[in-house]
Design a protein around this ligand. Structure first.
Ligand code: PEP
Length: 250
């Protein structure tokens, strides 16, 4: 049985003051939850997360990582640096990184490996654009995106988390129906089983794309939806907690 995992992606939002009240509000409401939870904060706030959350049930992580271990890469942050702030997770291949920073699936795979090498859990994002869905290319697109990662992570498949995030559903208020999302999740799991049939059943596959308190329970009730990657709704403690509690009851 896979545990549910709910991860907030703050994107480029927050301030020291607003983070402090958000983190306190979430941590306070976590008692009694059966789902695991984490927030992925902008890099400058990781020290704040570490100080505020150490010893709490809420884990923390980053939104991106360099594929390089260190050296002359101005502006980049290495996985070891994230480890210094006790990050458990790092998101790799978010569609905004793929779109605005031209990240290829090969680069995303290298980032996932860099995270694993430093003992972090990469949350590997895959997902199709609206044009790709309309052209019936969804399964081809996500298969290629995940395939690049599987090729590099090898036997460490059991140490990654996958997130299916249809690009057309991110920040738009449009959500994939539970059936649409489940169909893709099942395909992703089958692809992982081709790679390693023993561990594929244990890999958590999160859904992301306008998940909110109103639709979280139904989405997470699907057999292959093991939690959520949450953008907008992760910025309000009450909404984020409601999603975590929805995951606990599935
Ligand atoms: C995301 O950015 O990963 C995301 C799912 O955003 P939202 O929940 O706002 O659609």
């Amino acid at each position: 049985m896979r545990r549910k995992l709910v991860v907030g992606n703050w994107k480029m939002n927050g301030s020291l003051a607003s983070n402090a009240s958000l983190l306190a509000g979430i941590a306070e409401g976590l008692n009694g939850t059966g789902a695991d939870s984490a927030v992925c904060a902008p890099a400058p706030y990781l020290a704040q997360c570490q100080a505020a959350l150490q010893g709490s049930k809420l884990a923390w992580g980053a939104q991106d990582v360099s594929a390089q271990a260190g050296g002359a890469y101005t502006g980049e942050v290495s996985a070891a640096m994230l480890g210094d702030f006790a990050c458990r997770f790092v998101i790799v291949g978010h569609s905004e990184r793929r779109a605005y920073h031209a990240e290829s699936s090969e680069l995303v795979a290298k980032k996932a490996v860099a995270a694993l090498d430093a003992g972090l859990t990469p949350i590997v994002c895959v997902g199709e654009t609206l044009a790709e869905r309309e052209a019936e290319q969804t399964f081809v697109v996500v298969r290629n995106q995940l395939g690049a990662v599987l090729a590099l992570v090898g036997e460490r498949l059991n140490k990654i988390v996958v997130a299916y995030e249809p690009v057309w559903a991110i920040g738009t208020g449009k959500t994939a129906t539970p059936e649409m999302a489940q169909e893709v999740h099942a395909r992703l799991r089958a692809q992982m089983a081709e790679h390693n049939a023993i561990v594929a059943g244990g890999v958590q596959i999160l859904y992301g794309g306008s998940m909110k308190p109103e639709n979280a329970r139904e989405l997470m009730a699907q057999p292959d939806i093991d939690g959520g990657l949450i953008g907008g709704a992760a910025l309000k403690a009450a909404d984020f907690l409601a999603i975590i509690h929805a995951g606990s009851s599935n």
